[in-house]
Design a protein around this ligand. Structure first.
Ligand SMILES: [Zn+2]
Ligand SMILES: [Zn+2]
Length: 244
């Protein structure tokens, strides 16, 4: 039976949830079968191979080449370099086992994949790019029909995957924030209203310090370029139309 990309994705996600203890192996295999049309044997294989990969131990059943790549990619992205190294080791031991079988035989393509991932582990993804890609996917989903979207929601995996990312951030000057809030005296610099609430931590008025010209656009981290805003006005400055 040919396993589709969708089934491989579901196989990875459900095997991952089983490994983390979010559901039993039996419930996971049933779900793969009932909701994703994976046959019982393949459903069980996804779950045991995932566990073997996490533990760096040989597995005896076979995972297709695209599924092996998919598992390596996501393990590297979500669980880091040690998980990838264990998955490579588990697959190496699997191939040693398989190639000794009478009906086995050399697996040069899979051996090449092991060398490729060991030499060039997938790079961590950039957080900004992930957020942009997510925003595009939300737009695509919103333009889809409610029926199609709701059908996907019914079989969606409810526990979100985690992914390791790289990100860059500015090291901001705390004096600019403190001084801007001090000068604001608890009032929003745009609408002039008092802060909507006081902070649980210390009872000070809750306002957010915004850079009029954003740091990423070359703006300075100075009191002159900063303004204290209520949360509504702050979101407006980032996502609303420009003020006249
Ligand atoms: Zn305001
Ligand atoms: Zn801002």
């Amino acid at each position: 039976m040919k396993i589709t990309d969708e089934q491989t994705q579901a196989g990875y996600e459900i095997a991952s949830a089983v490994y983390d203890g979010a559901m039993s192996a039996k419930a996971g295999a049933q779900r793969l079968h009932a909701e994703h049309g994976v046959n019982a044997a393949s459903a069980q294989d996804f779950i045991t191979i995932f566990k073997s990969m996490m533990e760096g131990k040989a597995y005896h059943r076979t995972l297709s080449i695209p599924a092996t790549r998919y598992f390596f990619d996501r393990l590297a992205a979500e669980r880091g370099p040690v998980a990838l190294a264990n998955a490579i080791e588990a697959t190496r031991q699997h191939l040693d086992y398989y190639e000794r079988l009478e009906k086995g035989g050399a697996q040069p393509t899979k051996r090449a994949i092991l060398r490729e991932y060991a030499a060039h582990p997938p790079q961590l993804k950039d957080l900004g790019l992930i957020n942009e890609e997510f925003a595009r996917k939300v737009e695509t989903s919103a333009s889809d029909s409610p029926d199609a979207r709701q059908a996907r929601l019914r079989t969606a995996v409810s526990r979100p995957a985690k992914v390791r990312v790289t990100t860059e951030t500015f090291v901001r000057n705390p004096d600019v924030v403190a001084e801007t809030l001090y000068r604001a005296q608890g009032r929003c610099g745009r609408c002039g209203e008092p802060a909507p609430f006081r902070r649980r931590r210390d009872g000070t008025p809750y306002l957010e310090v915004h850079h009029k010209k954003q740091l990423k656009d070359g703006g300075d981290d100075t009191v002159e370029n900063a303004i204290a805003l209520c949360p509504n006005c702050h979101r407006h400055q980032h996502f609303g139309p420009p003020d006249r």
